[in-house]
Design a protein around this ligand. Sequence first.
Ligand code: PDD
Length: 298
Amino acid sequence: MQQDQQEPVVYLNGEYLPASRAGISVFDQGFLLGDGVFDVVSAWKGSIFKLRQHVNRFFDSLQAAHLHTSLNREQWGEAIIETVRRNGLDDASIRFIITRGVPEQVVADPRVHQPTEVIWAAPYIFLGDEQQRSQGIRLMVSQLRGFASDTLDPRYKCLSRMHFQLAKVEASAAGYDDLVWLNKDGFVAEGPASNLFMIRDGILYTPAVDILHGITRQTFLELAERAGVPVELRQLTVYDLCTADEVFTTSTAGGALPVREISGRTLRGPAPGPITRELDRLYWASREAGEHGTPIHS
Ligand code: PDD
């Protein structure tokens, strides 16, 4: 738990600062252009899940975005652990961010930059509330398409997320809990903060392209294998989702979130369905056992 009355501690460019002093310039390219990348990892019961995989994905985003960092992978890992420790959290959502920083001139070569590096840790965040987790969410198929690999490859976990916000406004204005968007060819991609799975006749399906490679998605694929549930990565349509036995989303923010409705069609099975329930149980059991975990207090 966050210690009473203690101001959150934020890592900023090599220093651990009280949040009220952790300010960045209004000329920062992250603020001006959404020019930066980030990742979100979580801790549960004192153990950070798949830290190495999250840091590796972050470094892939940096490499592809032509962004530098002053720290190596190990140092990022250490700074993340230290930030959680200094905030006195055992269950945490930890966001780590690099922006292209403040350019020396107004018109500057993006390759030449001094990055702004930030880590902040909040108490663990669940995407869905208790009722949504136990009864399922209503998902809308967005009018907006997801980014494609020939525009802004969804594998970048980047700060440019205005179209995510617009899609969320669209979904909540229509009374939905969350949304899924399609890729430019009309196949199901993902949501603004989660990947999508469906089950039909005992087989687990998830899209293979035009998505962020979610660490939780990968974990659920591994757990499905462990549980003997056959998996197929393939293109899915809205029709496939609406006629599925079970649909769920996955993210670092809560594991699996069952879906009970897709754009006005109530799914025929219960939400969560039996396979969703079993995989989510395995996920939390694995986390509680500290599998793939890095202890905060070693
Ligand atoms: N969101 N797809 C998108 C677009 C995401 O932003 C996320 C993560 C995921 C799921 O990835 P993972 O399993 O690695 O969390 C899929 C995080 C939680 C966020 O933006 O806060």
